[in-house]
Write a protein that binds this ligand. Structure first.
Ligand SMILES: O=C(CO)[C@H](O)[C@H](O)COP(=O)(O)O
Length: 146
């Protein structure tokens, strides 16, 4: 799967770990920065990943900042992006099954590496459940129709 990934400085180290983990599993990772621990502003990277998913340069996105809050606020401004800020495995799984989340958002200062990698695996491997959830997702998109 092609996956776009982005972080700010607070998520940089976890981004590097996730990138290596995904590549080990044979995924194609589009790393949209940042590229060091130097302080940056997270909206720039949230926008890049959201646009990559919307433009179909990647099937899914992963965003990481300190808490995950700023990145999820940015990504969810884009119609068609369903960014899920998760801190544990259950909501990660439900984000795919019920919400068809196309972006996973993580807090690099909130969760540890081992849990983050497990969550990434669940996010990649869990299919959307469809059915009644399809209708609800369409209703989300209708909220921001021009
Ligand atoms: O979590 C974040 C946004 O939601 C940022 O990573 C965090 O605010 C960055 O903080 P600082 O500039 O103090 O390193």
């Amino acid at each position: 799967m092609k996956i776009a990934i982005g972080s700010d400085h607070a998520g940089f180290e976890l981004k590097e770990k996730i990138k290596a983990f995904l590549e080990d599993f044979g995924h194609n990772v589009l790393d949209l920065g940042c590229y060091s621990k130097e302080s940056v502003d997270y909206p720039e990277f949230g926008v890049k990943v959201a646009q990559a998913v919307l433009n179909k340069e990647a099937e899914r996105g992963i965003l990481i900042c300190g808490t995950g809050l700023g990145m999820s606020m940015v990504a969810n401004r884009f119609r068609g992006i369903r960014a899920a800020l998760c801190h544990e495995l259950f909501t990660t799984k439900m984000a795919r099954l019920h919400n068809d989340a196309n972006v996973l958002v993580l807090g690099g200062r909130v969760i540890g590496e081992a849990l983050a990698l497990e969550m990434v695996k669940v996010f990649i491997d869990t299919p959307f459940g469809g059915g009644r959830h399809e209708r609800r997702i369409k209703l989300i998109d209708e909220l921001t129709k021009e």
